[in-house]
Design a protein around this ligand. Structure first.
Ligand SMILES: Cc1ncc(COP(=O)(O)O)c(C=O)c1O
Length: 385
């Protein structure tokens, strides 16, 4: 392992005062490592919110386990605790607690259910770096947590993932798994990722994001760039080169991002508060959460809008950075839901959110002007109360 990767893992661990961290090529690879090291296998059930990315479900399917979906709370988009209780069976091996958009899950309730039933909790912190629940940082509650550093995440290394754990046995199992099975990314993949990162840093700003995303998706299909997901990842069968290590370039970029993490978090908090104020001034609903329990660090600011498709199309033309996740319960819309054991109607609140929610940029390149333009833009559409 390179010295850079070791340093990145060590510095990441320090931020959380945790015992071990392991970085990977992508977040989904990190989740796979956790599940495999926990011994998840055919016949097991893994609980997830029905408002997620299909790449989160793939590792469950790769291991032959069954994903079980739980509907969400409409305010925080996180797993509904009462419904979660109903889904526990003797086969439940793990609960994936996804801290959606940055809102922490109700960790006391989840840990309580898990402990009573001897189930492991894995925190999905891909959208929540630095959020706190009852004063404690998310990622430190469950048996393990994982993070993503893909383009849209709290910070980006182009692609990238990290496991965080305080569990010594799990850490040993992950190390032994990596020793035996982890592959290195090819030189071509690493060079392409490095070039993409340089282009991203030079060219991607809120006004150019929509255009850049269109070009990026086109080039990914043509195989010219390293996409976040390849075509074979829309099927629940694992590609031979899936279980891949992080490159030193990702570690180098991650270390740079960690140096700026406090400013990044402070900026996200300030921007989210600004959106709350600007949206409230126009009579739009704002974020609803119990501030005595949660200190969310949002990755994007979710807003419900009646004409979502039209708003997204017009935003792209107008150079407004309007995001859209999740577009279906197992994002993106191309996902063959039946192959992932999801039937429409299983999670009505999640499906409603998919139809209504757009998200607004909070990242370090978005500023007050971005927020004002974005709110002016969405105010031309109909709010959902
Ligand atoms: C909530 C969530 N978890 C996990 C992932 C997977 O992360 P990665 O793209 O790094 O594999 C995603 C997708 O980007 C996501 O949105």
């Amino acid at each position: 392992m390179s010295e850079l990767i070791e340093r990145y893992q060590r510095e990441f661990t320090d931020i959380f005062a945790a015992k071990s961290a392991y970085c990977f090529w992508k977040g989904r690879v990190a989740l796979y490592a956790i599940l495999k090291a926990m011994g998840v296998r055919a016949g097991d059930e893994v609980i997830l919110p029905g408002y997620t990315c299909v790449m989160d479900v793939n590792p469950v399917k790769y291991l032959g386990a069954r994903p079980v979906y739980v509907d969400i709370e409409p305010a925080t988009f996180n797993i509904n605790i009462n419904l979660l209780k109903e889904k526990i069976t003797p086969s439940t091996k793990a609960i994936i607690a996804q801290h959606t958009y940055g809102y922490p899950c109700d960790m006391d309730a989840i840990m309580n259910i898990a402990d009573k039933n001897n189930i492991s909790v894995i925190e999905d912190c891909c959208l929540a770096f630095g959020s706190k629940y009852k004063g404690r940082i998310v990622g430190t509650f469950g048996k393990a947590a994982y993070f993503s550093f893909q383009w849209n995440k709290p910070y980006t290394t182009g692609l990238g993932g990290m496991v965080l754990t305080n569990d010594s046995e799990l850490a040993e199992n992950i190390e032994s798994l990596c020793d035996k099975q982890l592959r290195k990314p090819s030189k071509k993949e690493v060079l392409m990722l490095a070039a993409q990162l340089a282009i991203y840093r030079a060219l991607i700003y809120p006004r150019t994001t929509a255009l850049a995303q269109m070009v990026f998706r086109y080039l990914t299909k043509k195989g010219v760039v390293v996409g976040s997901s390849s075509t074979c990842e829309f099927e629940p069968t694992m590609a031979p080169d899936f279980f891949k290590a992080a490159s030193s370039i990702q570690a180098f970029s991650g270390l740079r991002q960690l140096k700026k993490i406090e400013q990044n978090i402070a900026h996200r908090r300030k921007m989210a508060e600004l959106y709350d104020r600007l949206l409230a001034e126009k009579g739009w609903p704002v974020r609803q959460y119990d501030a005595t329990i949660m200190e969310p660090v949002m990755v994007r600011c979710p807003v419900r809008i009646a004409e979502k498709d039209r708003a997204l199309a017009e935003a792209a033309k107008a150079g407004i950075e309007l995001g859209s996740w999740f577009e279906c319960p197992l994002h993106p819309v191309e996902t063959p839901l039946a192959a992932y054991d999801y039937q429409i109607g299983m999670c009505p609140e999640a499906e409603k959110a998919c139809d209504e929610v757009v998200n607004l940029p909070l990242h370090p390149r978005a500023n007050e002007k971005t927020a004002r333009r974005t709110v002016e833009f969405i105010n031309r559409f109909t709010k959902v109360i």
